[in-house]
Design a protein around this ligand. Sequence first.
Ligand code: ZN
Length: 336
Amino acid sequence: MKALMYRGPWEMPVEEMEDPTPSAGKVVVEVEAVGICGSDVHGFTGNSGRRTPGIVMGHEFAGTIGEVGPEVEGYGAGDGVVVMPLYSVAASADPYPINLSPHRRLTGMNEHGAYAQRVAVRAAQLFRKPERMSWERAALCEPMAVTLHAARITPIDPMQKVAVVGAGPIGLLTMLAARLKGAGTVIAVDRSVHRLELAEELGADAVINVDDGDAAATIREMTGGGVDAAFEAVGISSTAQLSVEATRNGGNITWIGNNAPMIEVDMQSIVTREMSVRGSYGFDETDFAAAIEALSSGRLNVDPLVEKTSPLDDGPELFRSLAAGETDLVKIILKP
Ligand SMILES: [Zn+2]
């Protein structure tokens, strides 16, 4: 089969590799659609250090079961599935949910992923793909689960005001997740005109370009003192600080962005205004099932997010241009 093999920084050719075979408890999935994730692009350049040479990346995927290994029940060849890439290697009962478990692993990081024609995964990672859901939408379930998890752990009352800092795929899906949680006014912040246009298309009530002046001041003015809840989906000092400054006294701030390990924020502002700041990481099985339900029910208009669909062979060039910053496409989906 063909796969994108990560060989080292800026090097990920299409290579011919042996087909995976399903061991006990596993199935082989023929990949129909796999999303290119920003974390893979950061891994591709070698900057994040979170991808090791010799690995096939790709963790946002869905496909058709090709082969079923021993001891797998309830699934058969031909079934359409969405794969939850997080899995646990815990030897016994784990006190933590999967996203917080020290035993968590990720398909596409700790083992070969879905930038390939076929991939072997555990039956425990499988969710049935509803017939009515397109393959492209199925590939969006993983990032959608990330944002539903963030919304789930963030207190938002009906019609409260929410800001989302960063309008990449995660920021844009977070807007929709916040709506499902009951948000009223939703404000998107970014510095890309293109991404802010997409935010409007996806239903943002207001969009703010950080290059147009003091975004936090604008948000405080628009909302009479700040939003009730802010989500940060970038992961650097300036945007983390913006999420704090844009939120009202006593408000809630959830950081999803995972980029700079250390950042600088105004701690005094957090203390004296009694802000609640929390991190959000990944998702659990409940979030993943909710993402499938949200994206297959027609409740959310996510299709504008997918700006390009390409064959696996285009992968090397797409990664190069994404990493070089030559393209601003929000979500690219490969169809191996
Ligand atoms: Zn991802």
